[in-house]
Design a protein around this ligand. Structure first.
Ligand code: GLU
Length: 289
């Protein structure tokens, strides 16, 4: 089954904040960023289109503005939702620029051109915006660029936000007709229950067809200010990717070499097979506001 992964031509890789920042400070983990960039450039050198969906803007921004300690987990009691939102959006503005500067520097070491694409839900919902976004991706990929995508956190408020980059990465994969989405996370893949709290939770290496039994495994597992997601958003992403005709692998980011191993067909992570729906329409997968 995994042999199929060797033939993939257009790959979206999603990496979360916790995988590219230091847990203690929220600052960028340069060693891991460097490895990530090397892996991605190598995929591209092998003749594939590559898109990176990277979180980390808020985390890096909080650190840069020296507010990481106070707001470490986003639960400063006195803060109302408006204060938290303002802070996150300001941190994202600072951090996104820093993050991109690091990506550009690291990619340039391999003569790899990169670009930044920031999106909101509105980019997908609006027909003209969606059309333009798709064209831009196509053009960048034709030019041999590796686009780095994030949510436009600085302007996205509740009504127009994806809210998490798991969903965003699946939306991007479907927008550009990618044939593989690699979701890198801090766990090995999907389990039948939360392995942190249930020792009997079993690992799921492969899902041929996503059904309700899989949805039941979804658990909200993270609640930090900087990162979002958890199992539930990964399963949402899996539904989008699969219905759009894109295979997906959820794997552990602890070893970034997993990226090339997955594409070599090695048994890593949870492999969710595409199950293309003829009536797939990207907008149907975004919550109504
Ligand atoms: N877009 C956010 C950031 O760059 C993270 C969202 C997520 O972790 O899913 O910091």
């Amino acid at each position: 089954m995994r042999e199929k992964l060797k033939t993939k031509k257009r790959i979206v890789v999603k990496i979360g904040s916790s995988s590219i920042t230091h847990k203690e400070t929220g600052g960028a983990d340069l060693i891991r960023l460097e490895k990530l960039v090397r892996e991605l450039t190598d995929l591209h050198n092998g003749g594939r289109d590559v898109v990176l969906v990277s979180s980390g803007a808020i985390s890096v921004g909080l650190k840069a503005a020296h507010i990481r300690d106070t707001y470490y987990d986003g639960t400063k009691k006195s803060d109302g939702p408006d204060e938290k939102l303002k802070l996150k959006q300001a941190a994202a503005a600072i951090g996104q620029a820093r993050l991109m500067m690091m990506y550009q520097k690291l990619f340039s070491e391999y003569n790899q051109t990169t670009a930044q694409i920031l999106m909101t839900k509105y980019t997908i919902v609006d027909n003209v915006n969606r059309f333009n976004a798709r064209n831009t991706f196509e053009e960048l990929l034709t030019l041999g660029v590796i686009p780095v995508v994030n949510e436009n956190d600085t302007i996205a408020t509740y009504e127009i936000e994806f809210g998490d980059n798991d969903t965003l990465s699946a939306i991007v994969a479907s927008l550009i007709d990618a044939d593989l989405l690699i979701l890198l996370s801090d766990i090995d893949g999907l389990y039948t229950d939360d392995p942190h709290s249930n020792r009997d939770a079993e690992f799921i290496p492969e899902i041929i067809k996503l059904d309700e039994s899989i949805d039941r495994f979804a658990k909200g597992t993270t609640g930090s200010l900087a990162g979002t997601g958890g199992m539930a958003t990964k399963i949402t992403a899996a539904h989008i990717a699969s219905a759009s005709g894109c295979d997906m692998v959820i794997a552990n980011a602890s070893d970034l070499g997993n990226i090339h191993r997955i594409v070599n067909g090695d048994d890593i992570g949870t492999y969710i097979h595409a199950d293309k729906r003829s009536d797939f329409f990207i907008e149907d997968y975004l919550d109504e506001e």
